[in-house]
Design a protein around this ligand. Structure first.
Ligand SMILES: Nc1ncnc2c1ncn2[C@@H]1O[C@H](COP(=O)(O)OP(=O)(O)OP(=O)(O)O)[C@@H](O)[C@H]1O
Ligand SMILES: [Mg+2]
Length: 697
């Protein structure tokens, strides 16, 4: 083989010229057939020289360039955006009856905005030619001014609003959507973006109450709370009213304060911009300037809400369509698409992710612009279908590009060397390899910022203090709310054992815990302790340990919230005093009943104003019982009232928990001279005896 042929084959292999040039393919064929002459090699070297020089300057190891028919087997694209660099007759574009989930990634000045403006212009052209398949554009302009020339260039077609000026966003549910669905999703998003995932339920409950209070008649269109209203309510109500634990109370209020402060008037609306109602029927495009909206999490909430209201409404109404009729253009989306932001949703889909996955069926496409490809969450990259990777230089982005586009070895090396407007592209068509493409040059917008942006219909927000009737409804609801909320919340989280115990305790009041556990066959002390802790934490039952003689008796009272869990009304409390006092009184009454007496708790001794704890009545005579758990006060005056003032009481029995207490009590009575005549009608007994008689040993 001569030197020319050797050099030619060397360059063809080194630069993989077969993928770039038909001449190189021909050389390889001649060589394989043993027919490559020195003369022929010299000719081919001359032909290939410009390509070799170009590739030495800028290595291009991308796969081979497709033919027109390979790249676009179904004909020309609907939206023409540019062409292939190495085959300028092959156009680059998008189809409106495919999903359009595009990403435009590249460092500053690489041509993202120009390309996205190209998409906008292509859609405007499409609309002129296909008025029946009109596509509305929703453009998020985070830099400010990138799209400001459009309203003048296309008079009457655009509504141009600015987040800190004329735009008002509300939490209203999309048309026909159930309120609860919207509330849950909104609170999930706000909590995730605010980094307070655990506050989501709490927020949902706050929102729920406010929607109810703002709309007592539930007449559509409903008024929805502003973020300011959420904050007001969070401040006036104890947050435990809205969730089992108020731990994040302070951080929730703190975050809401941040949100209200950073968003200015943006969310000051009980109903805000509704793309579906205000723009789609009028075929108007929307440009939202968000450049002054910060920090990133507040901006993300504003963007999420916009996306979600659009998508959720269409999904709920089953508005499925084969072609897109709404295209979202959102540049500078790095923060919203980062791995970090996606992980904040923990298993749920962020609205952007939802849009990418489910937008097509709802007729919504998205084109997203980012600077740092390497920081985009992998799940987004996998779901996107138009990948346009402009110049990037950092190694993470290069690696990400190579992985996402499945580039051949060294294929990514061209990325840092791309000129503005050029990109490594892969689309959804049958051509599965990446190609080098160039977007058409579109002049940038150079118009001045409008002094006044466009207006749109909204219901202006008011503070709760400006709506006293709403505030009043909230106050009264809060009083009832707590029990109901806890009930709803706990029903799901309580363990089965705790639920069984609670039910049994509610059915058998004043039964010692030991007996209840016995009946449930729960003997492990640790398990019993866990149940007690669970029910106490959730405020469903109250426990105490009563020291009777030498043993401790666990007692339980089911609280109203506990009864509510089983949709039972709590029994009206009878018996004075604390849990121990009430238990002893009921045990004494229980024994009286067992022995066939008529019994009463809290009985007013006739002829006195003195209530006796328990009374047994038999053949017209009353046996009164006084329970002394902690103090001996008044016992003398009680005895005087029962035995001296009233004629109806035959005996008074003093019941105490402790035998030692009993003897000091006896001594006090013995020392009281006025009681000497009736001393034989005073008895002393330990509560333990009653417990034994009622429940066995
Ligand atoms: N397709 C193109 N053809 C020719 N020149 C282009 C093309 N795209 C971009 N340029 C040139 O590059 C400049 C920067 O482009 P553009 O503003 O689109 O970049 P960008 O990626 O959006 O940058 P930034 O990240 O700073 O917003 C343009 O002003 C233009 O001069
Ligand atoms: Mg830009």
């Amino acid at each position: 083989m001569g030197p020319n042929a050797r050099m030619l084959l060397y360059y063809i292999d080194l630069l993989r010229l077969e993928n770039r040039s038909e001449h190189a393919q021909a050389v390889k064929a001649y060589w394989a057939a043993g027919r490559l002459t020195e003369h022929g090699a010299r000719w081919y070297l001359r032909q290939l020289e410009p390509t070799i020089l170009e590739l030495q300057r800028r290595p291009n190891f991308l796969p081979r360039v497709p033919e027109l028919g390979e790249f676009l087997p179904h004909g020309l694209p609907d939206l023409t955006l540019g062409k292939l660099v190495e085959s300028p007759l092959v156009p680059l574009g998008m189809r409106v009856n495919d999903a359009i989930n595009g990403i435009f990634a590249g460092r500053a000045g690489s041509g993202k905005t120009t390309a996205m403006r190209g998409v906008v212009c292509a859609v405007l052209r499409w609309n002129q030619q296909h008025p029946d398949d009109w596509i509305i554009l929703v453009i998020i302009d985070r830099k400010g001014g990138d799209y400001a020339d459009l309203p003048n260039a296309y008079p009457g077609l655009f509504v141009h609003v600015a987040a800190e000026q004329t735009l008002r966003m509300g939490l209203q549910q999309p048309r026909a959507c159930p309120v609860r669905l919207a509330i849950n999703r909104y609170s999930e998003i706000i909590a995730a973006r605010a980094g307070l995932r655990f506050a989501s339920t709490c927020l949902a409950n706050i929102m729920d109450l406010l929607v109810w209070a703002l709309n007592p008649e539930a007449v559509e269109p409903l008024l929805w709370p502003t973020f300011g209203n959420l904050l007001e309510l969070a401040r006036i109500a104890p947050l435990e009213a809205f969730a089992a634990k108020g731990d994040y109370e302070k951080s929730l209020i703190h975050r809401l304060e941040g949100l209200v402060q950073a968003s200015g008037d943006l969310f000051e609306a009980h109903r805000g911009l509704e793309i579906e109602e205000h723009l789609v029927p009028k075929r108007k495009h929307l440009i939202i300037e968000q450049n002054l909206l910060s920090p990133a999490w507040v901006r993300a909430i504003a963007t999420d809400l916009l996306f979600l209201q659009l998508l959720m409404g269409r999904q709920y109404r089953y508005e499925r369509r084969g072609t897109i009729n709404c295209l979202i253009i959102a540049d500078e989306m790095d923060d919203d698409l980062s791995e970090e932001s996606e992980s904040a949703f923990q298993g749920h889909l962020s609205p952007v992710a939802q849009l990418i996955q489910q937008g097509r069926e709802a007729g919504i496409g998205v084109c997203l612009g980012v600077h740092a490809l390497g920081h985009v969450a992998t799940r987004y990259l996998a779901d996107l279908n138009y990948h346009c990777f402009f110049a990037v230089g950092d190694s993470l982005s290069l690696r990400t590009a190579a992985n996402t586009l499945n580039l051949p070895p060294r294929g990514h090396e061209i990325l840092p060397a791309l000129v503005p407007g050029e990109c490594v592209y892969r689309g959804p068509g049958p051509w599965a390899d990446a190609v080098l493409a160039k977007f058409d040059a579109i002049p940038p917008s150079r118009v001045a910022r409008p002094t006044r942006f466009d207006e749109h219909p909204y219901v202006s927000g008011r503070s709760l203090h400006e709506m006293p009737e709403v505030l009043e409804r909230i106050r009264s609801a809060l009083t009832n709310l707590r029990g109901a909320r806890i009930k709803a919340k706990q029903a799901g989280t309580l363990s089965d054992d705790a639920k069984r115990f609670l039910r049994l305790a509610a059915e058998n009041p004043y039964t010692p815990c030991a007996r209840l556990f016995e009946r449930l066959k729960i003997s492990a002390f640790s398990k019993q302790k866990a149940i007690r802790r669970e029910l106490t934490t959730f405020d469903l039952a109250e426990f105490a340990d009563l020291r009777l003689g030498r043993r401790n008796v666990g007692i339980v009272d089911v609280l109203p919230e506990g009864y509510a869990l089983f949709d039972q009304k709590p029994p009206s409390r009878n018996g004075r005093g604390d849990i121990a006092h009430r238990h002893l009184a009921h045990w004494v009454a229980g024994v009286g009943e067992k022995r066939g007496h008529e019994v009463q708790i809290e009985w007013l001794a006739p002829g006195t104003s003195h209530p006796v704890d328990v009374v047994w009545k038999a053949s017209g005579k009353a046996q009164a019982f006084e329970i002394c758990v902690g103090c001996t006060d008044n016992i003398i005056s009680h005895l005087r009232a029962c035995l001296l003032e009233s004629k109806a009481v035959a005996t008074v029995t003093i019941i105490t928990a402790q035998a030692t207490f009993l003897s000091s009590m006896r001594a006090a009575v013995d020392a009281e001279a006025s009681l000497a005549p009736v001393r034989d009608r005073v008895r002393f007994e330990a509560a333990e005896e009653y417990l034994k008689e009622l429940f066995g040993a």
